[in-house]
Design a binder for this molecule. Structure first.
Ligand code: COA
Length: 332
């Protein structure tokens, strides 16, 4: 059964830090080359923060742009949900820092951790409050500073990621054929061992030993994650389309998580959608984890690829494993 939520996206924004790190820059840090990175991942460059810039800064910048574009005072915001695996610190939550930065004095908020599926989890959670009319709006933000947890000695991970954030505003949807039509989320914790950061939590609190053993960095078995992502993104997408009585032909746009161009293309082939209906910007940003989907929506809006009434599929897989999809009718 479709899980309709009476909430719709009424604004979208994104922010990436100005400094660009190209594949040529990567070549100076680690044994890699531009051709390998482009062919195996689709990435040409990524944006990276300067020292002292954290997830809350990117999130705040994205949120400020959104509020300015919609001409909404920060004091009107009632809920802030931030998805991130690179919060400024263990606590307080990044949402509290963003609330303070914005001066959103009537908002409550919290962080949510679901790695690359984080933004879609946050979108669904925020939409529950707005759909139930217990909050009149929600600011949903995905923000990650992946460069803060990358080992620039490990070429199999450091070339993949970049820093960035995106935000959407959720408001109530009055019509049944507007806004979020359905969502699906899954967790398969058996995949946790393939993509994780072992240090700094309660199991391995930060110490000289954890730093010496590089436990504060992303550890990944890329091939395992790759296989799971291809299979799972396509399966979830098909399941959601089917149970809503649609086929891939009905889709105006798919905005997939941007982990690897080959993952996206393989998913797209299994789903049977043409290139023009798939949002891709991994070439410019790399994998920004919770940032990819709102940045994809932002770019799609800027490129005039979304219009009111379009059927849109958002789809992601991430560490955990977590996965998720949201099917919606674009509202503006
Ligand atoms: C990481 C990933 C790009 C590796 O691509 P791949 O085609 O599977 O490459 P392999 O791991 O098979 O490695 C092939 C060769 O390239 C080498 N290689 C790996 N990274 C390299 C790099 N940055 N530059 C040059 N060579 C590299 C490997 O060492 C290996 O060499 P070998 O054959 O001599 O051992 C790919 O597995 C991937 O994208 N996985 C999913 C990761 C992901 O999306 N994570 C986030 C999930 S949300």
């Amino acid at each position: 059964m479709p899980r309709r939520v009476a909430a719709k996206i009424t604004g979208v924004s994104g922010y990436v830090p100005p400094r660009i790190m190209t594949n040529a820059d990567m070549e100076k840090l680690v044994e890699t080359d531009d051709a390998w990175i482009r062919e195996r991942t689709g990435i040409r460059e990524r944006h990276v923060v300067d020292k002292g810039v954290a997830a809350s800064d990117l999130a705040t910048a994205a949120a400020r742009q959104l509020l300015a574009a919609r001409n909404i005072p920060a004091s009107d915001i009632e809920l802030i949900v931030v998805a991130s695996v690179t919060p400024d610190m263990m606590f307080p939550a990044t949402a509290c820092l963003v609330q303070n930065n914005l001066g959103a004095k009537h908002a409550w908020g919290f962080d949510l951790s679901a790695a690359c599926s984080g933004f879609l989890y946050a979108l669904t959670v925020g939409a529950q409050f707005v759909g139930a009319r217990t909050q009149k709006n929600a600011l949903v933000i995905g923000s990650d500073v992946m460069t803060s947890i990358l080992d620039y000695g490990d070429r199999t991970t450091c070339v993949l990621f970049g820093d960035g954030a995106g935000a959407v505003l959720l408001e109530p949807a009055d019509r049944d054929d507007d806004g979020i039509l359905d969502f699906v989320h899954e967790v398969d914790g058996s995949g946790g061992k393939f993509l994780f950061m072992p240090g700094g939590g309660s199991l391995n609190p930060a110490s000289h030993e954890t730093v010496d053993k590089k436990m504060h960095y992303v550890h990944q078995e890329g091939a395992q994650v790759f296989k799971f992502a291809v299979r799972h993104m396509a399966d979830l997408a098909c399941e959601m389309l089917q149970r809503n009585g649609y086929t891939s032909k009905d889709l105006a746009l798919v905005v997939p998580h941007q982990a690897n161009m080959r993952i996206i293309r393989a998913m797209q082939e299994r789903l049977g959608v043409e290139d023009s209906k798939v949002m891709i910007n991994i070439d410019r940003y790399g994998n920004t984890t919770a940032g990819t989907i709102p940045l994809g929506l932002r770019d799609a809006v800027e490129q005039g690829r979304l219009k009111k009434g379009d059927l849109v599929l958002l789809i992601a897989v991430g560490a955990g494993y977590t996965s998720g999809g949201v099917l919606l009718r674009w509202s503006y």
